[in-house]
Ligand binder design. Structure first.
Ligand code: ASP
Length: 332
């Protein structure tokens, strides 16, 4: 029997056309499908146009909208394909991994670096591959399918701004590859008998990327303006010792804010205890560390966990409980 797939359009380059203001999304999900007619022969597809947005304009409100659309239609389809702009697709994939947990049915995000109407485009291949993954039956939960890679939703990052090979899986292997329409599955994603849906996000999450010279004023401002602050530090992690920055972080963590130390180095993650610039923070109660987690996943996980916090101990408990293999290398 043919698989039933819900195809959700949200905009992005794949659905864009040239205008005087540059590329603007405008093509609906059914026109995208119309450009790749062989997909409709392989599965039964229903299309819905949820948004017409460049993904620069997609955020928590739309993540909740996508999760709600999946939840409302979950019983009626075997899988879901979402076409989405590439710029923030990794954040959306991470957010959906927390909002729709343990899904036995696949939720596949894809998009393109070149619009579907262009002579040279990756749109059609990415759509074919995304539907092949959605119909396969061996891929569960949220993933990105792009340029032949199948990347777990919690592990994706946009690593090329122009080439077709736009996404990488960070600190985790691709879960599968698609070659000539055939799937090579390497890892079976975990799933539950039934998905768990979440409907709330707290957007008071901020990210401070350190540069040499970042001082306590900016750190204080960002801590005061957020409920959770991720600090992207250098190397395996640490914080400049001038101006009482360590004390600011320790005090914020003790007061019940979520403070997460991570690294701006893309691969291999943090290990805060290694250097004198980080070891005291690593031992400090309430200061969290992202280890091998991507910043995209840390942002989405904090937005998801904050509404569930009743006592301060809930923050580390929820942050360090792995969801869809988002964090693996923490000790203990
Ligand atoms: N700016 C576009 C977007 O993210 C880029 C793309 O889709 O490739 O919507």
């Amino acid at each position: 029997m043919k698989k039933r797939i819900l195809f959700i359009g949200t905009g992005g380059t794949i659905a864009s056309e040239l205008s005087d203001e540059g590329l603007l999304p405008g093509l609906g999900a059914s026109s995208l499908l119309g450009s790749v007619p062989d997909i409709a022969g392989a599965c039964e597809v229903e299309s819905v146009q949820l948004y017409d947005l460049d993904s620069t304009n997609i955020g928590p409100e739309q993540w909740l909208g996508m999760a709600e659309r999946i939840r409302d239609n979950y019983a009626y389809f075997d899988g879901f394909v979402i076409s989405h702009g590439t710029d923030t697709m990794a954040y959306t994939a991470a957010a959906l991994s927390y909002l729709v947990q343990g899904s036995p049915k696949p939720v596949v995000l894809t998009g393109a670096q070149k619009p579907i109407g262009f002579e040279t485009t990756d749109s059609k291949q990415n759509l074919r591959d995304a539907f092949a993954v959605a119909c396969d039956g061996g891929i569960h939960g949220v993933c990105i399918v792009f340029n032949g890679r199948v990347i777990l939703g919690t592990r994706a990052r946009k690593t090329h701004s122009k080439s077709f090979d736009a996404f990488s899986s960070i600190n985790y292997p691709n879960i599968a590859d698609v070659r000539d329409g055939r799937l090579m599955r390497y890892i079976e994603p975990e799933c539950f008998a039934r998905p768990r849906f979440y409907t709330r996000l707290d957007t008071r999450v901020a990210l401070l990327k350190l540069i040499p010279g970042t001082g306590p004023e900016l750190l204080r401002y960002m801590l005061e303006g957020s409920r959770a602050l991720i600090i992207e530090s250098f190397g395996v992690g640490g914080l400049p010792e001038r101006g009482g920055m360590h004390e600011l972080v320790k005090a914020a963590a003790l007061s019940g804010k979520a403070v997460v130390m991570t690294t701006q180095v893309q691969n291999e993650g943090s290990d805060l205890a290694v250097y004198g610039t980080g070891s005291a923070l690593a031992r400090s109660p309430g200061v969290l560390e992202a280890w091998d987690m991507t910043t995209e996943a840390a942002v989405a996980k904090l937005m998801w966990l904050l509404p569930q916090v009743k006592v301060p101990g809930d923050i580390p408990r929820l942050f360090y409980t792995p969801v869809s293999k988002d964090i693996l290398s923490m000790p203990g």
